[in-house]
Design a protein around this ligand. Structure first.
Ligand code: FES
Length: 63
């Protein structure tokens, strides 16, 4: 499913970027390009970040 239509970025790509260490929307934009055009996907990106960083606990901030 496309999360960011402008950049044709899928939820899979976003999840993968998060698992590789992206922990905020700015980093996601740098890694995938998502969120850099119209910004409509911001809420979806945030939701994916919340979902996928929760399980990491403090690990995400320690590195
Ligand atoms: S849908 Fe992501 S920037 Fe437009």
């Amino acid at each position: 499913m496309y999360v960011c239509v402008c950049k044709a970025v899928t939820d899979r790509q976003v999840t993968q970027a998060i698992s590789q260490g992206a922990c905020n929307r700015r980093e996601l934009m740098q890694c995938t390009g998502a969120g850099g055009v119209c910004g409509k996907c911001a809420a979806s990106l945030k939701a994916l970040l919340n979902e996928n960083t929760q399980n990491r606990g403090m690990e995400a901030h320690a590195a």
